[in-house]
Design a protein around this ligand. Structure first.
Ligand code: ADP
Ligand code: MG
Length: 353
């Protein structure tokens, strides 16, 4: 389904039985006004929405972290499987997750939209409310963006800004031989959630994880502030691919133990009779938005006590080795081969490294 696909004979758009105003009627400035009215000011925002550019103040001595993600209807989301509120939340979540993975504090973001003129105003209203609800949870302020018409399908681009002092920023390239590898939360739920949605299921824990991922902002920052992580990344492409980004960036390799991979109760339950698929999906599924990081083995207890203080599950899943590559090992010591996974937009296939 595309936005406004419920076209009536006179070309007007219906949502359910109720006729709602479309962007064609509200106009670009009507939409911008609606978005501006919903967003409040925030830390460091000297000039927000409404002028030619926003003016932001960052803390003296901090570096500005900036990140951008684009979500295209038909590639990143399917409007028949999600709702505008959760789409708004997820569009921001993927950016906040990137700020978290650098160990930063999110401050502000820009929202650029290409929307079909037939899109109902109500849709954008819900979308913006969803996005601003997540922004509020993390203290991030919407400070501007751009809005234009799309000939076909919705395109969402969010650019987020965060800050952190330079010697606390955590990169992908700092893993050292002997470091331990940790991951927050559980893996594979989002991929399972998408599969369940495609089969027609509507609700449940895995579906919630797919449609409304919670970025680990507090956790990334706490790790960075404590100086515990030597490298960090958020899991967007799947554990195998994202571990590969750390090992490639750090010129090392990794041993990961299958039986240690954290899996949720509903996930295990679903794959009860399919152990192969259970691991394969957890390692390659993607969109978990958990944090994957390394820390010196001497800091194991410090890592565990930090996560218990912030009430977040964390699991030690392996260690960094000198031999290149990401190696998954079964309990009997045999290696478990997986494609790295990840999605290449131009090759249009999974597993493109
Ligand atoms: P300009 O023509 O100078 O680019 P615009 O008319 O595009 O200005 O935007 C006017 C103001 O509204 C700017 O402050 C811009 O950042 C903000 N804005 C435009 N689109 C959005 C959006 N989708 N979300 C938030 N702010 C927006
Ligand atoms: Mg503009």
């Amino acid at each position: 389904m595309h936005i406004g696909s419920n076209r009536t004979d006179n070309g007007r758009i219906m949502t359910g039985e109720r006729r709602t105003k479309t962007l064609r009627e509200a106009g670009e400035f009507g939409i911008i006004r609606m978005i501006a009215e919903k967003s409040a000011g925030g830390d460091g925002v000297v000039i927000g929405i409404g002028d030619d550019a926003a003016a932001l103040r960052f803390e003296a001595g901090s570096l500005v972290l900036s990140t951008s993600d684009m979500l295209v209807e038909g590639i990143h989301f399917d409007l028949s499987l999600t709702d505008p509120f959760r789409l708004g939340r997820k569009s921001l979540a993927v950016n906040l997750s990137d700020i978290a993975a650098m160990g930063g504090r999110p401050l502000s973001f820009l929202l650029s939209l290409a929307v079909p003129a037939s899109c109902p105003v109500d849709f954008l209203d819900e979308f913006t409310s969803g996005m601003l609800s997540l922004a509020g949870e993390h203290g991030a302020t919407l400070v501007g963006g751009d809005t234009c018409a799309s000939p076909r399908g919705l395109v969402i681009s969010v650019t987020a800004f965060g800050e952190q002092v330079s010697d606390r920023i955590v990169q992908r390239c700092g893993a050292r031989v002997g470091d331990l590898i940790f991951v927050t939360g559980t893996l594979g739920d989002s991929a399972l959630g998408l599969e369940l949605l495609r089969r027609g299921e509507k609700a449940g824990y895995p579906i919630d994880r797919h449609l409304d991922p919670r970025p680990r902002v507090r956790q990334g920052r706490a790790l960075a502030d404590a100086g515990l992580a030597t490298s960090m990344i958020d899991i967007s492409d799947g554990l195998a691919a994202d571990m590969g980004h750390i090992t490639d960036g750090s010129s090392v390799g990794a041993n990961l133990y299958l039986e240690k991979i954290p899996l949720s109760r509903s996930y295990r339950e679903h794959y009860r009779t399919m152990p192969e698929d259970m691991y394969r999906t957890a390692l390659t599924g993607g969109e978990d938005y958990e944090l994957l990081f390394t820390a010196p083995s001497s800091r194991r207890e410090a890592v565990l006590s930090l996560f218990s203080e912030i009430y977040t599950p964390v699991t030690e899943i392996g260690s960094i080795i000198p031999e290149p590559g990401v190696h998954f090992l079964s309990p009997d010591g045999a290696s478990f081969d997986v494609e790295r996974g990840g999605y290449d937009h131009f090759l249009n296939r999974q597993g493109a490294d």
